[in-house]
Design a protein around this ligand. Sequence first.
Ligand code: ADP
Ligand code: DP6
Ligand code: CO
Length: 332
Amino acid sequence: MRQIGRCRAHTNIALIKYWGKRNNDLFLPMNSSLSLTLDAFYTDTSVTLDSNLEMDEFFLNGMKQDKDETKKISRFLDLFRQTANSDVHAKIESYNHVPTAAGLASSASAFAALAGAANTAWQLNLDKQTLSTYARRGSGSSTRSIYGGLVEWNMGEGDISESSYAIEIDDASWDIGMIVIAINKNKKKLSSRIGMKLTVDTSPFYPVWVTEAKNDLIAMKEAIKQKDFIKLGEITESNGMKMHATMLGATPPISYWEPDSVKAINKVKEIRNNGIPCYVTMDAGPNVKVLCRQSQMSDILDKLKESFTNDQLICSAVGEGIKQLTDTEWSY
Ligand code: ADP
Ligand code: DP6
Ligand code: CO
């Protein structure tokens, strides 16, 4: 038997962050979050079911991955095997068009693409909402990458896995874009998973973070309803900074920043003070993302070029949700 599924998913950058789980096994978050899907960064993944295989095989960017990485994927695919009542193994081939594990949300596009491909390979026909709950159990942020535009991941209730999924709340077609300032594309030393657990377990600021994130989400949804870009940007910047402040309170303190992250933040402030609205957010890595109006991107880019090289600056439009890839679209 050989059945194949191929899927593309784009990364997403949270404007209201997810940083902490209330249930580590089920990847249930402490707070709801909200993100923007990016067109410029994505993962393509194929899942080929093969009854001749004795275990799953996982290739990332053409390289066979070790036991530990493969085990993570196998455990995730077990969810699909259980649903399909199948015990067949798979060859997984994935290509990241985003730096891996550098704070640019590779885990988000990765598990959304894998979920989409597995859904097709096992012919499960799961709807997007269900797929979003499955993706979540590979990496929390991937819950949101099932959809395009502005996406909310609802925290759900108690320990009920099915209650925590994402929905597209706005297609973000009102002049929004994002510039990534790449400070360091290497693999981070502390994964998001471990970083957030340490923060939940040890930061005295953690309860305040949860309250703030909940209030920020309410205010941001109102700003989105009114298509108020300035409000959207202000809340984005403030929420991201509060997440990083909460991490600094952990024992040992956590910081993903590098000196050039601060340089980028200051440059964005300077551009803003000169009259162009643009706002920063950062994730679990030193790279800085700039939320801006798509129509003002090239002006902002000119200013950023005074401080950063061309290949450090990547512009992105708003991205779409997952899509199945045909044979001809699979170009590897
Ligand atoms: P990021 O900021 O890139 O999301 P994370 O620490 O959250 O960093 O996750 C990185 C991890 O996600 C990698 O170490 C790897 O285990 C997994 N990952 C990344 N890309 C893929 C992929 N295409 N397929 C499967 N797993 C992936
Ligand atoms: C800072 O989704 O990568 O990017 O669920 O443990 O895989 P796991 O973590 P992950 O965490 C993302 C954290 C963040 C904020 C966000 O994307 O909401
Ligand atoms: Co991640």
